[in-house]
Design a protein around this ligand. Structure first.
Ligand code: GRG
Length: 298
């Protein structure tokens, strides 16, 4: 049976957007620029791919969407914070994301930093809140909280971002580049997937499968992103093509060449799909997501 991934992604996006809209204070709330800025980036048109990994993993583990929903929403808040901060003048200094002005361009640097801080901190507030406690036992919530914190913090995304910044303009070898990509992008994708499984009460064996799958997909996602930065279209990407090269960023095409980068991304995708064999038909959506990640145009 083939998966209509576009329909699934659209349905999950609707679910996550509704939950985020219910959680976040209205944009007119006091102090108004903060809430306006938080909502602006949260609803600026992201693909909601991390929530999709959480929902698809819950499905593979035999769970239901509503079990994964609050965790999917929380992860998207953390992802949005990372994008706001990544675009700041002190980091990549980007004016455009998802085809729209970046947060600091509209609200100023100070409010953009605070909007990111608030999204990150509030995410953990929601994890500790009644929406989660009503549906999950405390031990599970604590484990999920730990997974997300480790993926986002100094052993995960922040470590990758720090290495990204300090590698600019330098010759970087392949192991360093792999560390950078698996931490900056891969860690949160892995956490989304494992957390989806945890939300569904997956066995340790199934969690191991989800983790192996997601490690491969997370790296493939970032290699595909590097390739798109060279070969993509600005209109489809919603940001200027070639920004990695202009910032002398460490990327796969720069280190191993374009052909080898594409081959590596495809190989990782195949290997990720192979990990899913024990799930049988329940793993079909995860397999479709892995293919989407490598074949996407934006
Ligand atoms: C600031 C701590 C901190 C971390 C930033 C995620 C990140 C780390 C930087 C983003 C830089 C970037 C463009 C990386 C490429 C991969 C990536 C994360 C792309 C954006 O994710 P998508 O494609 O974005 O899921 P949408 O817009 O769909 O949400």
């Amino acid at each position: 049976m083939s998966v209509d991934l576009a329909a699934r992604l659209a349905a999950w996006k609707t679910l996550v957007d509704a939950r985020l809209d219910a959680w976040l204070a209205p944009k007119e709330s006091f102090p108004q620029p903060l809430f306006d800025a938080m909502r602006y980036s949260l609803f600026a048109g992201g693909k909601r791919i991390r929530p999709a990994f959480a929902f698809a993993a819950a499905e593979a583990a035999g769970g239901a969407e509503d079990e994964a929903l609050p965790f999917a929403a929380v992860i998207e808040m953390i992802h949005t914070y990372s994008l706001i901060h990544d675009d700041l003048p002190a980091m990549d200094d980007d004016d455009l994301r998802r085809g729209k002005p970046t947060n600091h361009v509209l609200y100023g640097e100070g409010i953009a930093i605070l909007a990111g801080d608030a999204l990150l901190t509030d995410a953990f507030g929601w994890l500790a809140g009644p929406d989660v406690a009503a549906h999950h036992p405390p031990a599970r919530v604590l484990r999920i909280l730990g997974e997300i914190a480790r993926a986002a913090g100094s052993c995960g995304m922040v470590a990758g971002q720090a290495l990204d910044l300090t590698s600019e303009g330098k010759d970087v070898d392949l192991p360093t580049l792999e560390f950078l990509h698996t931490h900056k992008t891969g860690a949160l994708i892995r956490a989304s997937t494992v957390v989806g499984g945890l939300a569904a009460g997956a066995t340790e064996v199934d969690l191991g499968i989800l983790s192996s799958y997601a490690e491969r997909v997370g790296l493939a996602f970032q290699i595909a992103d590097d390739v798109l930065d060279v070969e993509g279209e600005t209109a489809e990407l919603g940001k200027p093509v070639g920004s990695d090269e202009s910032l002398s960023k460490a990327t796969y095409p720069a280190v191993i060449g374009m052909g080898e980068s594409k081959r590596r991304a495809a190989e990782l995708m195949e290997s990720a799909v192979a990990c899913l064999a024990p799930f049988g038909a329940r793993g079909e959506v995860l397999a479709a997501l892995a293919r989407f990640v490598v074949e996407r145009r934006h």
